[in-house]
Design a protein around this ligand. Structure first.
Ligand SMILES: [Zn+2]
Length: 334
């Protein structure tokens, strides 16, 4: 997955993964994890989510001279499509390992990211929607009927939302900074048809950090999860909401990402036998990305414990309540 890259400065670059790989492969590291080799998604798995026309269009652009001939962010070169297929397939390998009880939790360390990719369109560095391919695979292969996808990348997961907008099997919850790329993710986008109520957007203001996220996790995400009773948690884990990442104005610390992980672990243990799969999305400040990913990995390897009750100032509480009003359909009790 380091082969998708071009000779120009790009935010979504091979170094993102190379740094993480270096840290977990160094002789001094003592983490006790199992590594799974990825495989490429098959056509069947891929076309269950993306249109054939779109993938052919991408394949065509991959062999052209201009890496930006498809889109101004989402560069494409010779290896891009095979790499994207490997990234999505890596998630499926971990999904299998979790469903077969070989492991309880997993973290797909992959690139390029996926959550902006729609059925027929790539954007925002995303070619194949990795988390969506995984969710659809779990429905098709294991007959799962309730999958919860939490997306805490700083940007709205427009692609995942679009792909499951009419599905009641996949509950999509996105916490993201409002009014930044891709400019979707309003609270009024609630899903439609059978999927009405199964799409929950929580657009937050710039400067939101650990305390606010912890509160939103407890008040909304895990509360709704308890009512939905997922059979597995999938997480679009982007780390660009980190205070050191200039791609957003959000202010999570590494400890804040760990706290989110702790809360998810606890909830997964309560609701679905601990099944929890992290899928890497964004995160562009190399030191903070590496630090937050490794800290989250460490957390995933530890047993869960009772989460502490969070405290929140009256001002933050009021701010959050005002942003939350209208968030939910009457499907969920808050
Ligand atoms: Zn992002």
């Amino acid at each position: 997955m380091l082969d998708h890259g071009i000779d120009r400065r790009t935010r979504e670059c091979p170094e993102r993964l190379a740094r993480i790989d270096l840290a977990i492969s160094s002789p001094g590291q003592t983490r006790d994890f199992v590594k799974y080799a990825p495989r490429r998604v098959t056509d069947e798995e891929l076309f269950a989510v993306h249109s054939r026309f779109y993938i052919e269009q991408v394949a065509g652009c991959c062999v052209r001279d201009d890496p930006y001939c498809y889109d101004s962010d989402t560069y494409l070169m010779e290896d891009s499509l095979p790499v994207a297929r490997l990234a999505a397939g890596g998630c499926l390998v971990l999904a299998d390992a979790i469903m077969l009880d070989e492991i309880g939790r997993g973290f797909a360390l992959i690139r390029p990211p996926g959550h902006h990719a729609e059925a027929g369109r790539g954007l925002g560095f995303c070619i194949i929607n990795n988390v969506a391919v995984t969710a659809q695979y779990l429905v098709d292969r294991y007959d799962l009927e309730r999958i919860l996808i939490l997306d805490f990348d700083a940007h709205h997961g427009n692609g995942t939302q679009q792909l499951f907008y009419e599905s009641s099997k996949i509950l999509f919850i996105s916490i993201h900074q409002r009014s930044i790329f891709p400019f979707s993710g309003d609270v009024t986008e609630l899903g439609q048809g059978a999927g009405a109520g199964f799409n929950v957007n929580i657009p937050v203001f710039s400067q939101y950090g650990d305390a606010e996220y912890e509160y939103l996790m407890g008040k909304l995400v895990l509360n709704i999860a308890e009512q939905f009773r997922p059979q597995i948690f999938l997480v679009s884990a982007g780390f660009d909401a980190h205070a050191h990442d200039s791609m957003s104005g959000l202010a999570l610390s590494t400890a804040g990402f760990v706290e989110i992980c702790e809360l998810l672990k606890h909830s997964a243990d309560q609701l679905c036998g601990g099944r929890l799969l992290y899928v890497l999305e964004g995160g562009y400040n190399l030191p903070s990305l590496t630090e937050a990913v490794l800290a989250s990995m460490d957390s995933l390897m530890e047993p869960s414990c009772e989460p502490p009750k969070c405290g929140l100032s009256r001002r933050a509480h009021t701010l959050i309540e005002s942003t939350l009003s209208g968030v939910l359909s009457d499907k969920w009790t808050i």
